[in-house]
Design a protein around this ligand. Structure first.
Ligand code: HEC
Ligand code: HEC
Length: 320
């Protein structure tokens, strides 16, 4: 009879419902990971305003003072939270901040502010349930100011500024024949031509005490004109040039010593393992290649990851 094949809805729905509730309750006890708060050994020292922002927006995952709300402790959420806290503390922990050397602290802060600007931090699934943790534009301005006060060098005396201005002029005049040949561990050679490429942007991002200019080769410029920039065509090359930033006695900001030039070369086949881009960095006027092994490029890719929807490129050229 057809009634046997078609039982009343209630007879299925109710048992399933109770089974789910049972699973949910069991889940609360199963394999419960423990988030502990180890001692705070060397907390970051920063102005109260800065600290308050880090505390409300980052401390739950990036300190030993994780403060879980009751709804964070309900499984399966608790498992996800525990993982975020473990992973978050590994990469950045404001409670053991003083274990880092001063330059590394600056580097981490720079990365942190850029992660906020890129919208990658705090994690979106976290701010969805903790709206109070959102970083407002005012908050961001406070963090940027804190960072830039920390990294811009003290006023240099006039002779030093002049010497550095001369170094800069020489650099702009230097020809390909004069530069030392240099090859990165992933096989990418220094490209002296980047000084003649068109400037795409000078970055107004929060900086690490450097002045930066980004140039692009002809293929990049053509792609911009034709609005062909996501993905960028094979053959596109970007150069990012960095100088120290120094302030002279009158408070004007100058380019200081040449720090480095970085390249990104697009070839979706050749560089498939690093998201279609070949990365290279050459440091100091000696153009020392960065990275002992070619694994250094994962560091580049990881920091560029917040831009994965823009073909891993931060710079968004002004559209004409
Ligand atoms: C809900 C947890 C959570 C919150 C809140 C959070 N983060 Fe993170 N953060 C993570 C996790 C997980 C990772 C590692 C994996 C990743 O990069 O997505 C991470 C990675 C990072 C990294 C990279 C660290 C490295 O490996 O070098 C930085 C920088 C960072 N977060 C900054 C911040 C800042 C600044 C805030 C506050 C404005 C913040 N995060 C808030 C979970 C969080
Ligand atoms: C700490 C994060 C971080 C790391 C690590 C990093 N980058 Fe970048 N990179 C940026 C940011 C942010 C920009 C955007 C311009 C700016 O603010 O200076 C950028 C821009 C660039 C650009 C210009 C094109 C663009 O995306 O806007 C090149 C070229 C570049 N990076 C190369 C490299 C190479 C090569 C490495 C590794 C050796 C590397 N980057 C590692 C953060 C990083």
């Amino acid at each position: 009879m057809s009634t046997a094949a078609k039982p009343p809805l209630k007879r299925i729905v109710l048992p399933v419902f109770f089974a789910l509730i049972f699973c949910f309750i069991v889940l609360q006890f199963v394999n419960r990971p423990l988030i502990t708060n180890p001692p705070v050994t060397g907390e970051i020292e920063a102005p109260a305003q800065v600290k308050a922002i880090l505390k409300k927006a980052c401390y739950d995952c990036h300190s030993n003072e994780t403060n879980l709300r009751w709804y964070d402790k309900v499984n399966p959420v608790y498992h996800m939270v525990a993982e975020d806290v473990t992973e978050g503390r590994k990469g950045l922990n404001f409670s053991t901040w003083k274990d880092l050397a001063a330059p590394d602290q600056k580097g981490k802060l720079w990365e942190a502010v850029n992660q906020i600007i890129a919208g990658a931090m705090p994690l979106k699934n976290y701010t969805a349930v903790h709206p109070g943790a959102k970083v407002s534009l005012e908050d961001l301005a406070v963090l940027k100011k804190y960072l830039s006060d920390m990294v811009v060098s003290k006023p240099a005396d006039t002779s030093k500024t002049n010497a550095l201005d001369k170094q800069y002029k020489n650099w702009t005049k230097e020809t390909a024949a004069q530069t030392a040949p240099s090859v990165s561990s992933n096989g990418i050679a220094y490209i002296p031509d980047y000084k003649n490429w068109q400037v795409i942007s000078t970055t107004d991002r929060v900086d690490n005490g450097s002045m930066r200019v980004i140039t692009g080769n002809d293929i990049a410029i053509k792609a911009i004109k034709e609005n062909h920039i996501n993905p960028w065509p094979n053959g596109t090359i970007f150069a990012k040039i960095g100088w120290d930033k120094i302030a002279d006695v009158d408070g004007n900001v100058h380019t200081g010593a040449f720090k480095q030039v970085e390249f990104m070369i697009k070839d979706d086949k050749k560089y498939a393992s690093t998201k279609g881009w070949g990365f290279a960095r050459f440091k100091t006027p000696k153009l020392l290649p960065y990275g002992k092994t070619k694994l250094f490029a994962t560091e580049c890719v990881n920091c560029h990851r917040p831009e994965s929807a823009n073909d891993f490129v931060f710079t968004s050229p002004v559209k004409h």
